[in-house]
Design a protein around this ligand. Structure first.
Ligand code: NAI
Length: 490
């Protein structure tokens, strides 16, 4: 089966997503019918697209004749019957199972049997939408991301009945539209909305435990290469939307505690603190997140006996900070960090500083960390005042903008990334996607700086498992259980 870029496409629903899908299909060369049940909505969406394209022409980003040709390919229609020649439908109507089922049943009566039916649903099972169709094999998910013309990812979702040839045809067509498609199975949240849950959930858990302020969490995760921190991102998405997606993934997984929503977020939704759109979420808008105090480099404090433990880039960075000092190096140690006169500064392995001893500080995993960027650390509850003052000074000397948070296991970046890796491993175990598919989806769908398996390749599966086990032991629940998919990678 093949879908050529001259095939007539019917886009149903002329809202945010439908308008973007119509534009993308028309730019790829398809004649496009655009239908919306609200009278005039399809024509209005076409007019709006006309202005957008004119804007691009004015900025020199699009040739005038290409803009004209794109617009000319889009025909608003008042009835579905007017689009009966379409060989591909992309549905982007309201997110409601009965509405979608009813629509596809109606389409089966109007379109040729060879037409492919695609749904842009973001959370409903493709298998369920197809149930009751005469030919459910030709129904497939074609999940775009907003804004459609700019976002490269398309999740090609196969339900139980979807014929592989239909999924392949949509995969190839997405490529012809300039997108990067990834195959996935119809499971709750598909790839991106499932694997991304811990990015929000870990920040919300830290906030619930009053471990740190939102601005600190955001700054630490931005320092790890994320374009936006989780708190500012939830404010942008809207807490109502983010909470609804979390609840839907939680319920769809039979209330598996791994996906449990947060009281912190429910309180915000209940209070109307929805984020940017309501003027207040974690932050007030338009001001947004307050900036952290500027980084000030420090000289390493004095110490009579300094022992450096471990190997790898973090150990090397610490060693550089100790230049001009006499340092004993123990490469084969089972932890990374250093000891100054018996006090320890250790890279987190998931245990709290307090569990590790008295004069102990733990610091977060520096991935993609540029000098001067924030990095979380925590002190043992039994640390002396002298070590409480010296530990952040050592971190600053190593180029880390040390941010003290409560003694939470796995700190901020380490626990978040470990949980993203764990969720991705579980998705692969369950055949939701391939490892490469998970990496591509997270980089293109939510702009992650690297894919979960790329992080894993730079980290160490045994260390990730140790960290998760420590979190599991600390919290004693279902939430941090290690996926058998991750254990397989040991
Ligand atoms: P929207 O509310 O902007 O647009 C939906 C449009 O569909 C409206 O114009 C409405 O009049 C029309 N409509 C509703 N029922 C209809 C029916 N039975 N027949 C014809 N037209 C109908 O919604 P949006 O955001 O464009 O979402 C559409 C779909 O895309 C939903 O399934 C949503 O879950 C999915 N989606 C949304 C994303 C987003 O970021 N907004 C991302 C990916 C998927």
């Amino acid at each position: 089966m093949q879908l050529s870029t001259s095939a007539p496409v019917l886009v149903i629903g002329a809202g945010i997503m439908g308008a973007g899908i119509a534009q993308t299909a028309a730019q790829a060369g398809h004649p496009v019918f655009l239908f919306d049940m609200r009278e005039g909505a399809a024509a209005a969406a076409r007019d709006k697209l006309g202005s957008t394209l004119q804007g691009l022409v004015a900025k020199g980003k699009l040739a005038a004749d290409a803009a004209e040709a794109t617009l000319a390919r889009i025909t608003p229609v008042a009835t579905l019957a007017e689009a009966a020649s379409a060989t591909l439908v992309v549905e982007a109507i309201v997110e409601n199972l009965e509405a979608k089922r009813g629509l596809f049943r109606e389409l089966e009566g109007l379109l040729p049997e060879s037409a492919v039916l695609a749904t842009n649903t973001s959370s409903i099972s493709v298998t369920a939408i197809g149930n009751g169709l005469k030919h459910p094999g030709r129904l497939v998910g074609m999940h775009f991301f907003n804004p459609v013309p700019l976002m490269k990812l398309v999740e090609v979702v196969s339900g139980l009945a979807t014929e592989p040839a239909v999924a392949e045809a949509i995969f190839a067509l997405s490529q012809a539209w300039g997108k990067t498609p990834v195959h996935t199975r119809s499971t709750p949240g598909f790839i991106v909305n499932r694997i991304a849950r811990p990015y929000y959930a870990e920040a919300l858990q830290l906030l619930l435990e009053q471990a740190a302020e939102p601005a600190v969490l955001d700054a630490c995760l931005r320092a790890a290469g994320f374009r936006m921190g989780p708190c500012e991102l939830m404010d942008l998405i809207g807490h109502d939307t983010n909470f609804a997606v979390t609840n839907s993934v939680y319920d769809a997984n039979f209330q598996d505690k791994r996906f449990v929503p947060s009281l912190v977020q429910r309180e915000m939704v209940d209070g109307g603190l929805l984020g940017r759109k309501s003027g207040r979420g974690f932050y007030r808008y338009p001001a947004g997140a307050p900036a952290l105090p500027a980084f000030e480099p420090a000289e390493p404090p004095d110490g009579r006996s300094i022992v450096l433990h471990g190997r790898g880039p973090v150990a090397e960075r610490l060693q550089t900070a100790m230049a001009h000092r006499t340092v004993i190096v123990q490469r084969n140690s089972d932890w990374t960090g250093f000891e100054v006169d018996g006090a320890q500064l250790r890279l987190t392995d998931g245990r709290t500083a307090t569990a590790l001893g008295a004069d102990v500080a733990v610091f977060d995993l520096p991935i993609q960390h540029e000098p001067g960027q924030p990095l979380a650390y925590a002190l043992s509850a039994r640390a002396s005042a002298a070590w409480a003052a010296a530990a952040p000074q050592w971190l600053r000397a190593a180029g880390f903008h040390a941010q003290r948070i409560a003694d939470a296991p796995g700190l901020v970046v380490a626990r978040t990334v470990a949980m993203l890796i764990n969720e991705a491993s579980d998705a692969v175990l369950q055949g939701v996607c391939s490892g490469a598919g998970a990496d591509a989806a997270m980089k293109l769908g939510v702009n992650y700086p690297a894919g979960p398996f790329e992080w894993l390749a730079r980290w160490d599966a045994a260390a990730v498992v140790r960290l998760l086990d420590a979190l599991d032991g600390h919290h004693r629940g279902e939430r941090y259980r290690v996926s058998p998919g991750l254990l397989r990678r040991l």
